[in-house]
Design a protein around this ligand. Structure first.
Ligand code: GTP
Ligand code: SPV
Ligand code: MN
Length: 583
């Protein structure tokens, strides 16, 4: 027996029987194991080594061109009761789902090695951490999971001690998009994914476990599993405030989490706790505390340069796996807006030709251990997590949503979160740039009915008098020629400062029907090339536009029917009335 836990051994045996691998390898997470896998992948062509002088220990992986992003239409929550999954999820009944996907797993690993990956989401000693085991036939997944989670012997020991873990079964399959499914069985703590080797479809600790399954458990157990970065902002006096921000995929979480303070902000420092997922618990004093369940970053590459995000740019010069970037003639990685070098070979391995579109895929990614981050916070390993001062929702909106506003109270903040909308990005297959509702940035990730989820959020108000304030930001307002009005990136610190000052009761605000906005001059724009007119545009609330926005939010909420909490509709009514009064 490879493990003392009978349930785990039985499951591995049954999967082997179904998928018929040539051999089984239990991952211990060691350097030697990783080196061996990397070598094997170089031989098979799964990985290409990049120039090792400039990019030591960096590799390029090219995924199948039909497999470059999450596939939401093939992602299912298979709860016993369809209403528990809700209108926000695709649903299949568990028995049918198992039958359908098991048929695809039959013999799927023939001639391949089956890897068993024990992993821990969260600091290994944390009471909030959760365990899982992913079985996969992809060595690329193993190498990624090693950076993205705490993986190997230590987690296995805790799994054997605790006796409970999430079962994740993955096979790359034959990549036929017709035979691609990502299925979740929350009541069985089980995930089955076949037909994709990409990101959130295949690294099952991330979206499948830490968001879809964990959100379900969190509702039952009284906590929150959210699509949020966690960042610490240290002022020149050495005070640190921790902020958790939920922005949809490819809307700026990684960038904000590792923000580099601009020249004008001497003495400020930013500490990264996490860049994608936060697990939030109320502590005994009623404070909301966050841990990052992950141990690495699977980040968007395009747009990363020494100006936009020097921390990220420096971080990915070594010990990084790149997926679907282009390369230069001297075998360095290249992507759009890198601003150095020229592409020779595109992400599909073809000679670069602008006729074929971007050289790097717009959803090309880097995988890197969080420890490589120059702004890594040691508290990312703290079992008890960090106290959250503010929760910030956001999205990508050309118009309407101001640079920043503050919700009037927790209940209003939940409405603000539920009403989040954002332009779609390359992170998921499908059309790009269409505005869609993405409540709390969780549309693709909430493992249960949004109506129940909002009720769960609202319920925190009764549990604590010390909840964080809630805000909304939008870095992506554009002028009529399509230029961003706000410089973004490091300059976003200026907005975080206002947010923190509001939490500390030391900044002014104007009350509007949608919430509190900074007064002119409350956001420090010194040393910034931005006109007062632009700031006015960024901080304006167009009442007529907001009236129709709130109508659309109302229609959206109503579509959840009877399970929708009355308090959320009541809050919606309050905002609608305030808008009517103001016009
Ligand atoms: P996921 O990993 O998909 O969840 O994405 P994310 O939310 O972490 O987004 P990320 O920080 O990777 O940013 C996505 C894209 O938005 C990148 O191309 C960035 O360069 C760009 N971006 C990030 N922050 C800003 C900003 O403040 N302003 C502008 N204009 N672009 C930004
Ligand atoms: C996202 O799409 O929000 C991501 C990338 O963070 S993936 O891991 O592919 O889901
Ligand atoms: Mn994400």
């Amino acid at each position: 027996m490879a493990t003392s836990l009978q349930e785990l051994q039985n499951w591995v045996d049954s999967v082997a029987k179904l998928t018929q691998p040539e051999s089984i390898h239990w991952c211990n997470g060691s350097d030697a194991e990783n080196k061996r896998l990397i070598n094997e992948m170089q031989r098979s062509g799964d990985l290409v080594e990049l120039d090792h002088e400039s990019h030591p220990n960096c590799y390029l992986h090219r995924s199948d061109p039909s497999d470059v992003a999450r596939v939401e239409h093939l992602t299912f929550v298979c709860s016993r009761n369809q209403d528990d999954a809700g209108p926000n999820n695709n649903w299949m009944n568990p028995a049918d789902a198992h039958k359908k996907i098991d048929a695809l797993f039959e013999g799927a690993m023939q001639g391949r090695t089956m890897y068993v990956i024990p992993y821990c989401m969260g600091p290994i000693a944390s009471p909030y951490a959760r365990l899982g085991v992913e079985i996969t036939d992809s060595p690329y997944v193993v190498a990624n999971m090693r950076m993205m989670t705490r993986m190997g012997d230590e987690p296995l020991a805790r799994i054997e001690k605790d006796g409970t873990f999430v079962k994740g079964l993955h096979s790359t399959g034959d990549l036929d998009p017709e035979k691609r499914f990502i299925m979740h069985f929350p009541e069985e703590l089980t995930i089955k994914s076949i037909g994709s080797g990409y990101g959130g479809n295949a690294l099952l600790g991330k979206k499948c476990h830490a968001l879809r399954i964990a959100s379900w458990q969190a509702r039952d157990e009284g906590w929150l599993a959210e699509h949020m970065l966690i960042v610490g902002v240290e002022n020149p006096d050495g005070e640190i405030h921790y902020i958790a921000c939920a922005f949809p995929s490819a809307c700026g979480k990684t960038n904000l989490a590792m923000l580099v303070p601009p020249e004008s902000h001497k003495g400020w420092r930013v500490w990264t706790l996490g860049d994608d997922i936060a697990w939030l618990h109320l502590d005994e004093g009623g404070k909301l505390r966050a841990i990052n369940p992950e141990a690495g970053y699977f980040g968007v590459v395009p747009g990363t340069n020494a100006k936009t995000n020097k921390n990220a740019y420096d971080m990915i010069q070594s010990n990084t796996i790149y997926t679907n970037v282009a390369t230069t003639a001297d075998n360095k990685p290249w992507w759009e807006d890198k601003n150095v070098g020229t592409p020779a070979i595109d992400w599909q391995g073809r000679e670069y030709d602008p006729e074929n579109g971007p050289a790097a895929h717009p959803n090309s990614r880097f995988t890197v251990s969080a420890k490589m981050n120059p702004s890594y916070s040691l508290l990312a390993d703290a079992p008890e997590g960090v106290p959250i001062a503010a929760i910030v929702f956001g999205g990508r909106r050309k118009e309407l949503a101001p640079l920043v506003y503050e919700a009037k109270n927790w209940r209003h903040g939940v409405l603000v979160g539920a009403g989040v909308a954002s332009e779609t990005t390359a992170a998921a297959a499908g059309e790009i740039g269409v505005v869609r509702r993405d409540p709390m940035a969780m549309k693709p990730f909430c493992g249960y009915n949004f109506a129940d989820y909002w009720a769960h959020w609202l319920g925190f108000d009764e549990e604590s008098k010390h909840l964080p304030k809630i805000f909304h930001v939008n870095w992506f307002r554009q002028d009529s020629s399509g230029r961003f009005l706000w410089p973004g990136f490091g300059e976003n610190l200026r907005v975080l400062r206002w947010i923190i000052d509001r939490c500390e009761g030391r900044a002014e605000a104007t009350e509007t029907p949608i919430g509190y906005l900074p007064k002119a001059g409350d956001i420090d724009t010194s040393d910034l090339d931005i006109t007062p007119d632009t700031m006015d545009a960024l901080l304006s609330v167009n009442i007529e536009q907001w009236k129709s926005e709130m109508d659309s939010v109302g229609d959206y909420l109503q579509s959840y029917g009877e399970r929708l909490p009355a308090a959320l509709m009541a809050e919606h009514e309050t905002v609608v009335s305030a808008l009517k009064e103001a016009s």
